[in-house]
Ligand binder design. Structure first.
Ligand SMILES: CC(C)(COP(=O)(O)OP(=O)(O)OC[C@H]1O[C@@H](n2cnc3c(N)ncnc32)[C@H](O)[C@@H]1OP(=O)(O)O)[C@@H](O)C(=O)NCCC(=O)NCCS
Length: 426
């Protein structure tokens, strides 16, 4: 889907309208050429009545400024010890970044406002070491943020916290995003970083269950770069605190933010609290998604061509696999009651969700349905995936004799010369 495909975006709107997205932007991205495009994406979200809170980091700029002044900051990302001079750097840099954000929002006709709504206390003495001006978020002034959002403002939140005595603390922006999202019951957090999708043990991770990521982090198997490890750990914390979705995207990619939020095949990594997946009968409104899902496989002749009208006519035979109300797979069961046979057909899984066992789950689902209907044999016709059905589905090669007469006739007419595979159900 192209982000500019308005119809594609509109299907997500009922779910997100009036909800809150917390967008946490790394300082390095605010200095990037693509920053203006991110603000345009924020403007699109606002125009769709999605409320936005922007949190920003500052570590890249703290490092730059320190390098210029030949200083050695005691920490740059708000997690170590913050001495007085590092706090001064953090305040200077944060004010500049907040200003850039407010300026950028103004250029998109968006009303931004900054606040002292993050209440922080000192992190304190840990293992005998005083962390000085490093703070931890104690509380979020929910009333303040809610009233700002209700009035259509975009709160811009720096990585600084304030206590009741007028003191300022350096806080880590990833943790500020989690605290805000939890306090405001946000629909999602989007971390905008300088990194591409998570790569764990040589595999690109498009989406991952928070519990799975937590195990990988705990066992040291999540070999992520430093910048992403913090996002991963905070994403897990957020999901444990009932934030359903956390996205981590590369802010240098144009239209990346919209693409991530409004498509099944985003550019980043999605960490999700629980998987809402189901196989259900297809409905008329699903036809468009099924056609989109299967288009390439029909073109490459992996699947036999079907038109919208074909699907509509036999809609009761079709089932979809959906995750979070997104269609990621489909399959059909055509029944030949006279021969007590069923044909498993039109099995397709979205490339973004391949190799996760979805195809197998749909085969098992169709098998169960066929058994429920008292069928004694399941057949599949396949041109390019026959080994899949043999090795993963337990089918064996059959002959045209296995096809019900009506189906045999169609088979001979089609000229596709598909392999015929069979599986007894009794
Ligand atoms: C074939 C298809 C349905 C598999 O879906 P899936 O959800 O990725 O499959 P699963 O996760 O259940 O299984 C993945 C395994 O099957 C293997 N596999 C995937 N496609 C295969 C194919 N065409 N031939 C042989 N093996 C295949 C994978 O390598 C993987 O093997 P592994 O578990 O040993 O690593 C999917 O690739 C697809 O939609 N293909 C295009 C349409 C098509 O050909 N449909 C079948 C015609 S009815």
């Amino acid at each position: 889907m192209k982000p500019t495909d308005l119809r594609g975006i509109l299907q997500y709107i009922p779910r997100f309208r009036d909800r809150i997205f917390v967008i946490a932007i790394d300082g390095a991205i605010i200095a990037d050429d693509n920053f203006a495009n991110i603000l345009l994406d924020v403007a699109v979200l606002r125009s769709l009545n999605i409320n936005v809170v922007i949190v920003h980091g500052a570590s890249a700029q703290i490092q730059w400024l320190a390098d210029q002044d030949k200083l050695t900051p005691s920490n740059v990302d708000g997690t170590g010890i913050t001495d007085a001079s590092t706090l001064r750097l953090a305040v200077t840099v944060s004010n500049q970044l907040t200003h850039r954000l407010l300026e950028g929002l103004a250029s998109c006709d968006l009303r931004g406002v900054t606040s002292n709504g993050i209440v922080a206390y000192p992190l304190g003495i840990i293992q005998g070491v005083d962390h000085l001006f490093t703070g931890k978020v104690e509380k979020v002034d929910v009333e303040m943020f809610q009233s700002l959002l209700q009035q259509g403002f975009i709160p811009v939140v720096p990585p600084l916290g304030f206590d009741g005595e007028g003191k300022t603390y350096r806080v880590n922006s990833d943790s500020v995003a989690v605290a805000l999202a939890v306090a405001l019951k946000a629909a999602k957090i989007i971390y905008v970083t300088t990194h591409d999708q998570f790569m764990i043990q040589g595999q690109v991770v498009r989406q991952i269950l928070a519990a799975e990521l937590e195990t990988l982090l705990k066992t040291g198997k999540a070999d992520l770069p430093e910048g992403l490890r913090s996002k991963a750990a905070h994403a897990v914390m957020a999901c444990q605190a009932r934030i359903q979705r956390v996205h981590v995207i590369n802010g240098k990619v144009d239209e990346g933010l919209l693409h991530e939020v409004f498509s099944n095949e985003g550019i980043g990594t999605l960490i999700y609290a629980n998987e809402y997946a189901q196989i259900r009968p297809a409905k008329k409104k699903d036809i468009r998604h099924i056609m989109q899902l299967t288009k390439k496989s029909m073109q490459s002749e992996e699947l036999m061509k079907r038109t919208r009208a074909n699907l509509e006519k036999k809609l009761n035979d079709y089932f979809i696999y959906e995750i979070d109300r997104n269609v990621v797979g489909c399959v059909a069961l055509h029944v030949y009651p006279d021969q007590a046979k069923g044909e498993l057909a039109f099995l397709c899984v979205s490339p973004s969700h391949e190799d996760q066992g979805i195809g197998r789950k749909m085969i098992q689902f169709v098998e169960a349905k066929a058994r429920e209907s008292g069928l004694s044999q399941l057949i599949v016709l396949s041109t390019q995936s026959f080994t899949y059905f043999q090795s993963k589905g337990g089918f064996t090669e059959g002959t045209t004799e296995d096809l019900p007469p009506k189906r045999r006739e169609k088979y001979e007419q089609s000229g596709r010369k598909s392999k015929i595979l069979v599986k007894p159900l009794k």
